[in-house]
Design a protein around this ligand. Structure first.
Ligand code: FMN
Length: 355
C-alpha cells in the first residue's frame, strides 16, 4: 500500500449563472479540509465551467491520446496528475449534466484505475439518478465508482444559497473521502505499471526520490547476505538514510520491480563517459531463484545509452553468487580498482545485448 500524497480533484459540474454547484463545492472542500490533512490528501477544487471545454472537438478517438487542441491537453494534464475525483453534480432531467459527460468523453487512459466519488444534489431524488447515470458511464473509462455517496436534498439542506451546517452531511462527505483515498492507494499499482515484468502480476516502474523509504528498507534486507559473504558492514546500501537514498534516486536511472504495490527488486544505471554503470541490483530474499535478478540485469543493459560501449558493475569480492550470475551473462573481471573489497566486472555492448 502506497503512502504517497493522494491528489483529489473536486469537480464542480454545473456551469449556468447562479448555479448552486459552486456553493456545494465550497461546502465540500471546507468540510473535507481537516480530514484531507489527516489522510495526507491534496484537494484541488475545479469548476468544469472554467476549463472552457467546447463540445468534444478532437478528431482522433480519446484512446489515441492524440490531442490537437490546447484545451484538451490542459484537461488531460489535470486528470493525469490526479489520483481520484469527487464529482459535485446536480441532476438535470434525471441524468448527469452535459458538462460532466462532455468532460469525461474528452479523455481516455487519464481516467483509468482511479476512484470517483459523487456528491449530488437535487429535489426529491437528491440527485441520486444523476449519480446512477454517471456510474454506468464512468466504468467504461475504467474509473472505479465508490459505494459511499453524499446526496443532498435541496429543500432540506440549502438555506440562502448555502449548505446549512449538518453533522450528517459532513460525516457522509468524510466517508466519501476516506473511501476514495483508500481505493486510490490500493489502485496505484494498476496506474503505475509502465512495463510488464517477467512473471504475471509483476511490473516495472521508474524509481523516484518519493520511493526512498521503500528502497531504503529493501536495501537493508537485501544486502545482509553481502555483509555475511564479505565479512563487512562497510556497505553503503546497508546504512544509507532515506535522505541519502533519495539523493541518488534523483540522479540515477533506477527501475523498481513491483507487484501489488510491493517493491520486490531494483537496479540503477547511469552513463559515465562511454560506460554504462549498473548497480544496486537486488531481489527480495523470498523471491530469489526465479530469474528476477537476471531479468532486471538484462532490462538495465537494454536501456543503455546508445553512446555507451561497455557495461560496468561492481560487486563484493566474495559475493560468489553475484559473480557467477554476472559471468553467466557474459561479464568478465576487469583489472581491480583501488578498492580491494569490490570486484569490477565489465561487458562489451553488442547489438545482441542492447536489442
Ligand atoms: C435543466 C434542469 C433540469 C433539472 N432536472 C432536475 C431533475 O431531473 N431532478 C431534480 O431533482 N432536479 C432537477 N432540476 C432542479 C435542480 O435540482 C436545481 O435547479 C439545482 O439547483 C440545479 O443545480 P445547479 O444550480 O448547480 O445547476 C433541474 C434543473 C435544471 C436547470
Amino acid at each position: 500500500m502506497s503512502t504517497k500524497t493522494a491528489r483529489v480533484l473536486v469537480l464542480v459540474c454545473s456551469s449556468r449563472p447562479g448555479a448552486l454547484g459552486p456553493a456545494v463545492g465550497t461546502w465540500l472542500t471546507d468540510t473535507l479540509a481537516p480530514r484531507a490533512g489527516e489522510l495526507d490528501a491534496e484537494l484541488v477544487h475545479l469548476a468544469l465551467g472554467d476549463l472552457d471545454l467546447p463540445f468534444l472537438d478532437e478528431e482522433e478517438h480519446p484512446s489515441s491520446g492524440v490531442y490537437a487542441h490546447e484545451h484538451t491537453r490542459r484537461w488531460s494534464a489535470l486528470v493525469d496528475a490526479a489520483d481520484g475525483f469527487i464529482v459535485v453534480t446536480p441532476e438535470y432531467n434525471y441524468g448527469m449534466p452535459a458538462t460532466l459527460k462532455n468532460a469525461l468523453d474528452y479523455l481516455g487512459r487519464e481516467w483509468a484505475w482511479k476512484p470517483i466519488g459523487f456528491v449530488s444534489y437535487g429535489n426529491t431524488s437528491a440527485g441520486t439518478r444523476s449519480v446512477q447515470h454517471a456510474k454506468q458511464v464512468v466504468t467504461t473509462l475504467r474509473l472505479v465508482p465508490l459505494g459511499r455517496t453524499v446526496a443532498i436534498r435541496i429543500s432540506e439542506a440549502v438555506e440562502d444559497g448555502r449548505i446549512r451546517p449538518s453533522a450528517t452531511l459532513a460525516s457522509a462527505a468524510v466517508g466519501v473521502l476516506d473511501e476514495l483515498v483508500r481505493v486510490a492507494h490500493a489502485l496505484r499499482p494498476m496506474r503505475e505499471a509502465e512495463l510488464s515484468g517477467p512473471l504475471p502480476g509483476f511490473y516495472l516502474r521508474r524509481l523516484t526520490p518519493d520511493d526512498a523509504p521503500e528502497v531504503t528498507v529493501m536495501q537493508r534486507c537485501c544486502w545482509v547476505d553481502e555483509a555475511l559473504a564479505n565479512d563487512t558492514l562497510d556497505i553503503p546500501a546497508l546504512h544509507e538514510s532515506p535522505e541519502q537514498t533519495g539523493e541518488w534516486l534523483a540522479t540515477w536511472d533506477a527501475m523498481g520491480l513491483w507487484r501489488d504495490g510491493r517493491l520486490l527488486g531494483m537496479v540503477r544505471a547511469r552513463r559515465v563517459g562511454t560506460d554504462w554503470h549498473l548497480g544496486r541490483l537486488a531481489v527480495v530474499p523470498d523471491l530469489r531463484g526465479q530469474g528476477l535478478g537476471r531479468w532486471l540485469l538484462r532490462t538495465a543493459e537494454a536501456a543503455a545509452d546508445p553512446t555507451c560501449h561497455r557495461v560496468v558493475l561492481h560487486t563484493g569480492t566474495h559475493s560468489r553468487q553475484n559473480i557467477a550470475l554476472y559471468q553467466s551473462e557474459g561479464y568478465r573481471p576487469a583489472p581491480p580498482t583501488s578498492d580491494a573489497e569490490t570486484t569490477r566486472l565489465t561487458k562489451e555492448i553488442t547489438q545482441r545485448n542492447v536489442a
